[in-house]
Design a protein. Structure first.
Length: 481
């Protein structure tokens, strides 16, 4: 009876899944065949032969497979991932059972130096990803064949030293990403046939200028040219759709050239990332009427009087520059509600530094040594204040008097030796962080903070050998009245 019930349950499982798992060494669920990290040195034997299955996604990642023989894959697959296998050979007919269904193919750390002729048999491939695989011969016949239907091409660290000519034939491509290459320039017509391209990423290569061919892409929405050596951005795309421009980690230093190049895109760009370039002043960009976010972090900006921004800008990031005080630009950008000034060289703050529309100020890791009674304006709107990583040794008794709306205060890793009595003025505070203050001591002199501490939702940090919370919950009662 037990055997009969087991057989019935097994048959029900098979009927619900629709097919037997094609490989004994793997597991199946949903539409997926999972063969990751099974110690395979070769493709496992098919249990289903050429019969169709309900499984359309095959993961073979993290094995030691070197070859994909003919008739080793189940038919009707839509996606195959072969990451972290040293694939050196693919039989010309290996994909034939899925030639009209396979949509996505991924290789990582493959060992072939020539694109296999098997790619000539793929009729429906839309996404091709090749990572960390040095390809010497790109087999132009195969790549030109794939170019008819490919929509996403991702090539990372594949040994490219010059721009591939076959990319011109990828006329239907939407997303093109080339990462970690030694390409310094592109032919002037390299991208002219890519009329459907929405995203272009050329990252960690050796470009010194935006290639002229980029200016001819009319459909581009997102341009990412990170981690190059770009100084010249003249040839930005003349596109009516470009909303995001990422030039993170380049060598852009001329704010006038920057403004001139951006002006034709004044009405469409919403996001610009210029993090880790070489700007020394904040650029003048008031004409960028749709710009919502500008990232100028980790440049060389020291001029606190420089720059102008459009009225609609809501996020201006100036972290990691050389600013010695809060720049005036925050008073010109009335839509900006967050001040990002961590990792600068600010030595003092005053009430005129915080316009009434600012609700969050990040001043982490500057050079502040004291917070004065005059540091914050009356009727301040600050809700979040980060002063962590500053060598603060003193906070005046009325320093926080005007911060009636403050909810979160971060005093992590300062030089405080006593719990500041100014804290009692923060009647709405919910979170106080005083962690990693090795010299902080709680004493009976600060007992007046006891009822205030007990009202807080969270106090993080220690004073001496006990937590701040424990001191005021228990040891504080031992203090003389």
């Amino acid at each position: 009876m037990f055997i009969w019930r087991f057989v019935c349950v097994w048959m029900l499982c098979v009927s619900f899944s629709g097919a037997i798992c094609p490989y004994q060494e793997c597991s199946c669920g949903g539409f997926r065949i999972s063969c990751q990290n099974r110690g395979l040195t070769s493709m496992p034997s098919l249990l289903t032969g050429d019969n169709g299955t309900d499984y359309t996604v095959l993961y073979l990642d993290g094995n030691n497979i070197t070859s994909i023989p003919a008739r080793s894959l189940p038919p009707g697959l839509k996606e195959i991932s072969l990451s972290n296998n040293s694939i050196s050979h693919i039989d010309n007919t290996a994909w034939d059972g899925s030639s009209s269904t396979l949509r996505k193919l991924t290789f990582n750390r493959a060992n072939f130096t020539k694109i296999p002729d098997a790619f000539l048999h793929l009729e429906a491939l839309e996404i091709l990803e090749i990572y960390n695989s040095v390809v010497v011969d790109w087999n132009e016949a195969a790549m030109n064949h794939l170019g008819k239907r490919i929509q996403t091409l991702y090539l990372q660290n594949v040994g490219l030293t010059e721009w591939p000519a076959w990319i011109r034939n990828f006329s239907n491509i939407n997303q093109l990403s080339v990462l970690y290459c030694s390409i310094s320039q592109l032919p002037d017509d390299a991208l002219d046939n890519l009329h459907a391209l929405h995203l272009l990423s050329i990252i960690h290569c050796e470009l010194e200028a935006i290639p002229k061919t980029v200016s001819n892409i009319k459909s581009l929405q997102l341009l990412q040219l990170l981690q190059n050596n770009i100084t010249d951005i003249t040839w930005l795309p003349a596109s009516g759709y470009l909303s995001s421009l990422n030039l993170n980690t380049n060598s852009i230093s001329d704010p006038v050239h920057l403004g001139t190049a951006l002006r034709p895109l004044a009405d469409i760009l919403r996001y610009i990332n210029l993090k880790q370039n070489k700007l020394t002043i904040i650029p003048d960009l008031p004409f960028m009427t749709n710009l919502g976010e500008l990232d100028l972090s980790y440049n060389l900006i020291s001029d606190t009087e420089s720059g102008s921004m459009p009225e609609g800008l809501f996020n201006l990031i100036l972290t990691g520059n050389l600013l010695a005080s809060v720049p005036r630009i925050y008073f010109n950008a009335t839509s900006v509600t967050y001040i990002y000034l961590g990792f600068n060289q600010i030595t003092t703050i005053q009430d005129t530094d915080f316009p009434p529309w600012i609700i969050e100020a990040n001043l982490e890791s500057n050079y502040l040594t004291e917070i004065r009674n005059s540091s914050f304006p009356e009727n301040s709107s600050l809700v979040f204040l980060d002063l962590s990583g500053n060598p603060i040794i003193r906070i005046d008794t009325l320093a926080f008097f005007n911060l009636t709306r403050l909810i979160h205060l971060n005093l992590h890793q300062t030089k405080l030796t006593r719990m500041p009595l100014a804290l009692s003025r923060l009647t709405g505070l919910k979170l106080l962080d005083v962690r990693d203050n090795p010299e902080l001591v709680c004493s009976c002199a600060e007992r007046s903070l006891e009822s205030w501490i007990k009202e807080l939702l969270t106090v993080a940090g220690d004073c001496g050998i006990t937590s701040v919370q424990d001191f005021y919950d228990t040891l504080g009662d031992l203090c003389p009245i």
